[in-house]
Structure formats: structure tokens, C-alpha cells
Design a protein around this ligand. Structure first.
Ligand SMILES: [Fe+2]
Ligand SMILES: [Fe+2]
Length: 338
């Protein structure tokens, strides 16, 4: 069976001299978009950690459900960014013949290391005692939904040796599962941190979240662009199966990672669940598939329309009616302020 690679361009056929891309070379643009987003924790997070430490101490006594929820989220992210970096570097890069796609995933992997460092610092700031930190981390990562989300990505890192040589759908499935990992699993928890930001708390966590959430949308976009460039894409029914499973797992976290609604911060499980459905619709639309949850609407007051639009706008060049398509019949148009 011929080996399947990600799309390549004719200009790649050179002697190590980078081709001058045509202005329409989409992967070159995706690489440039990643370059423009490079940031460091020294710039964005470290100076604000002492304030977060003070807020952790206050929150432990004032709002224990939120304290536990944020702990679970940070520890999940800390672990998941490690696996996201591993998938980019070890499981996608070997298939990248196109120099711009390879450069894109190199930066993707590099940024995951920055995210991993962010969450390690944010987690360490929660407790000064390393042993207590490790104990809480074990409890959080033992939660079934967190285990399922991590195993979603870990299956590639602990792979059984299957490659694109064995399965013609291997690359397509891996890209879609990676998209679900970074798009669906992360999105609801980014929103929780938006709710914290709306109350002016945890500047280091919220500052990092702003940057990381935008990075993750960009990663979802980049994976989407590569998927759309594959010569072999999946039937909608198979894609829907992957997305439905991811949404189900994400919703499970709302029960075992969250002890209940937190009305003081406008955090209600039902609204977060619907938000996850809405995001899956947006991503599916970008991939040229039908939505799974056509009735899903944005009900989270702390999610700014621009947070969704950042991703939606990516596809507008392909689909000028995208905004309307996403919000058809919506009681709340997520893009109405734009
Ligand atoms: Fe990340
Ligand atoms: Fe990512």
C-alpha cells in the first residue's frame, strides 16, 4: 500500500532552498500565523503569580467548589499539553513532506511546551508544599473523565505501532481526534477561566488562558486546514461518531470534575454543556460537515463573541455565509456584536 502523506507542494522539490511560496499557499500562512503568536511565560505569567497565590488562599475558604474545579482544570491542562506536544512532534511531523506544514507543527509542538510550563507554574503556585501538590494531582488525574480525556491523546503516544502504511484513514482519524482534543476538551474549561476573569481574579491564570485559548484555536484551525488538504477524507457518519464521543467525555467532566453549579460565577453545568455542543458545531462546520447539535446556543455571559469568532472567521474565506450558518435560528447570535 502506498504511504499516505499530508499534502505537499511542488515547490518542495528543491535542494534545501526554501521555496518562495505563492501568495495562496495556505500552509505558509498558517506557519506565519503561528510565528506571530509566540510568547513566553516570563512575559505573561511569572510576574503575576504572587497575586494568584493570594487568590488561591482566599478562594479555598470562600468558594471551595470553584477552588476544586480550577485545580482539576489546571492539572488536566498541565498533563494534556504534554501529550499535545508529543503528538505534534512524534506522530504528525514524520508525515510532513511539505516544508511549511512541518514548520507549522514544529512551532505547534514548541508552544505546547510553553503551555505545559504555564500550567506547571500555575499548579505549583497553588500549594507551596510539593508533596501536597503531588497528592492533589493524583486525585485529579484519577477522575474518570480526566482519565478518558488524557487517554484520548495518550493512545498515540503509547501507540501500538499502527501507521498510515497500515490504515488509509490513519492520518484523517488522528487529525480529527487531535482537533477534538484541542478544540472540544479544552474549550469548556477555557470558558470557566473566562468566568473567573470576569470577576477580576487570578491574573496569572487568566492572562495565560487568554493566550493559550487563542493558541489552541489556531492549532484547531491548522489541523483543519491540513485535514481539508488530505486526498482522502472521512464520511460524515464516522466523523460524527468521533465528535459525539468527545462531546460525551467532555460533558462527563462537568459531573466528576465539577461538584455542582457555581452561580456566583455564572457557571452552570447545563450552559457549559451546551457551549461544548456549540463549539463542536463550529468545528464541524469548518470541516465541511453538518452540526451534531443544531439547537445549541451560547448562554455563557462571560464568553465574548470574539472568542468564538476567532475560530469562525478562519472559515469565512471559504464560506461567506458562515456566520449565518452557525447561528441559524439562534436566540442568541454569538456574533451579533461584530
Ligand atoms: Fe496547549
Ligand atoms: Fe495545542
Amino acid at each position: 500500500m502506498a504511504r499516505v502523506y499530508f499534502p505537499r507542494v511542488k515547490e518542495d522539490d528543491n535542494l534545501g532552498i526554501l521555496p518562495v511560496p505563492k501568495s495562496r499557499e495556505i500552509y505558509y500562512k498558517r506557519w506565519k500565523a503561528q510565528q506571530e503568536r509566540h510568547w513566553t511565560n516570563e512575559m505573561k505569567v511569572t510576574p503575576l503569580l504572587p497575586v494568584d497565590q493570594k487568590h488561591w488562599n482566599e478562594l479555598e475558604h470562600s468558594n471551595r467548589p470553584l477552588y476544586d474545579l480550577l485545580t482539576n482544570i489546571i492539572l488536566f491542562f498541565k498533563c494534556s499539553d504534554y501529550y499535545a506536544g508529543q503528538i505534534s512532534a512524534r506522530h504528525i511531523l514524520p508525515y510532513c513532506e511539505n516544508v511549511w506544514i512541518a514548520a507549522m507543527y514544529s512551532l505547534h509542538s514548541s508552544m505546547e511546551t510553553v503551555h505545559n510550563e504555564s500550567y506547571s507554574m500555575l499548579a505549583d503556585c497553588r500549594f507551596s508544599d510539593a508533596a501536597e501538590n503531588a497528592r492533589v494531582e493524583r486525585i485529579a488525574l484519577a477522575k474518570p473523565s480526566i482519565g478518558k480525556m488524557i487517554n484520548w491523546a495518550k493512545r498515540y503516544v503509547d501507540d501500538d505501532g499502527t501507521t498510515a502504511d497500515d490504515d488509509p484513514d490513519y492520518l484523517a482519524v488522528m487529525l480529527l481526534q487531535f482537533i477534538c482534543f484541542e478544540g472540544i476538551f479544552f474549550t469548556g474549561w477555557f470558558a470557566v477561566i473566562y468566568a473567573v476573569k470576569a470577576k477580576g481574579k487570578f491574573p496569572a491564570l487568566c492572562g495565560a488562558n487568554e493566550y493559550i485559548a487563542q493558541d489552541e484555536w489556531l492549532h484547531v484551525l491548522n489541523n483543519t486546514c491540513v485535514y481539508l488538504g488530505l486526498s482522502r477524507q472521512l464520511q460524515q457518519s464516522k466523523v460524527h461518531g468521533i465528535f459525539a464521543e468527545a462531546v460525551t467525555i467532555a460533558k462527563e467532566f462537568l459531573h466528576d470534575g465539577m461538584s455542582g453549579d457555581i452561580p456566583e460565577f455564572n457557571l452552570h453545568r447545563a450552559d457549559l454543556a451546551e457551549y461544548i455542543e456549540l463549539v463542536s458545531n463550529i468545528i464541524l462546520k469548518g470541516l465541511n460537515y453538518e452540526p451534531l447539535f443544531p439547537n445549541a446556543r451560547l448562554k455563557l455571559p462571560f464568553v465574548k463573541n470574539k472568542d468564538l469568532y476567532t475560530f469562525a472567521s478562519i472559515h469565512e474565506s471559504n464560506d461567506p455565509n458562515y456566520r449565518e450558518a452557525v447561528s441559524t435560528g439562534a436566540a442568541v447570535d454569538p456574533f451579533e456584536d461584530l
